[in-house]
Design a protein around this ligand. Sequence first.
Ligand SMILES: Nc1ncnc2c1ncn2[C@@H]1O[C@H](COP(=O)(O)OP(=O)(O)OP(=O)(O)O)[C@@H](O)[C@H]1O
Length: 347
Amino acid sequence: NNEEEVLQYGGRYERKIRVFCRIRPVSRTEDTQGEAVVVDKIDDYSVTVETPRGPREFQFDKVFSAEVSQEDLFHDTYLIQSAIDGYNVCIFAYGQTGSGKTFTMVGDKEQKNPGIIPRSFNAIFDIIRENSTKFDFKVSAYMLELYNDKLQDLFVSLAGEAHAQPQSHGQARRVEIKRNRKGVVFAQGAETKEASSAQELYALFQQACANRHISATMNVESSRSHLIVGIMVESRNQTNGSVITGKLSLVDLAGSERAAKTGAKDHQLKEANSINKSLSALGDVISALSAELPHVPYRNSKLTQYATRVKAITNNAQRNVESKEIAQLKEVIMKLRSGQTVEEEDV
Ligand SMILES: Nc1ncnc2c1ncn2[C@@H]1O[C@H](COP(=O)(O)OP(=O)(O)OP(=O)(O)O)[C@@H](O)[C@H]1O
């Protein structure tokens, strides 16, 4: 194992990128409409998907069946210690609209089944408590939304800003993705807030969520923007004064779907195109990282400028039609893993 190629966590060595597949349970509506289940978990690492061209097999680092609880999923994707140890860790959910990205990342509305984001908040402060006799910690966060290729600071209320500065909205607080000399990506111009407990961090998160864009017609629950939560954990060693900073990025991506299928018009079409463009740029970055290509096309979209160290959670829904983008992405990754050649048109 070359140390450059791996990230150590929990005492084990792992590859830089891991892709998980979570199968969502069939919804009540799908059940009453008698819709067919098209995803089948073969073992812990592979699924078959029914496609118009017949069944196709896809490989993952781990496959979670529909019965897997939020707690077990969090346990198996646990990377919080790495972030506290000074690594840059990113967990994101990718999938078609309605496939369960928000459920996985955030949880249900009532928070009876909290997802990765609130569980991470708790885990960060649990680790801090356990180490408080040796280290002094500082936790801060920024929360952003990427909507139609514009970054919006979610700590700044849209309504409040627009009211105060109708002409210069979006200009006054321009957020830009930058990389510092150490190669660490940061959001320049974004407000950063400190939190001293998991509850405080969650309150900041709720405040940020209240400022998000939601497309009203296609699906009320459907988020049409990418949500980016960045948590910086600074730890100062009480004995020798050395300071290390790690970062945990938690991202709930907008749903991927073909614009034509959504029946979207005008601004919705712009939304769908922008989402698909950034998701396909993300696919290119993942492919380049997996293949260890010398050039990784981070600059192609704001979303991928963000994704320098990615840990992926792929959500894959039990739906009749599989998203073309997801299918292509998975196929490319599978080919790369098995050492097959990837043609340009595949990517
Ligand atoms: N593992 C799961 N167990 C139980 N319910 C789930 C699960 N995954 C998703 N759901 C439910 O399925 C519905 C759609 O999920 P969700 O809103 O998370 O999808 P999404 O991928 O975030 O969609 P969008 O791209 O539109 O934001 C929700 O009602 C959610 O509660």
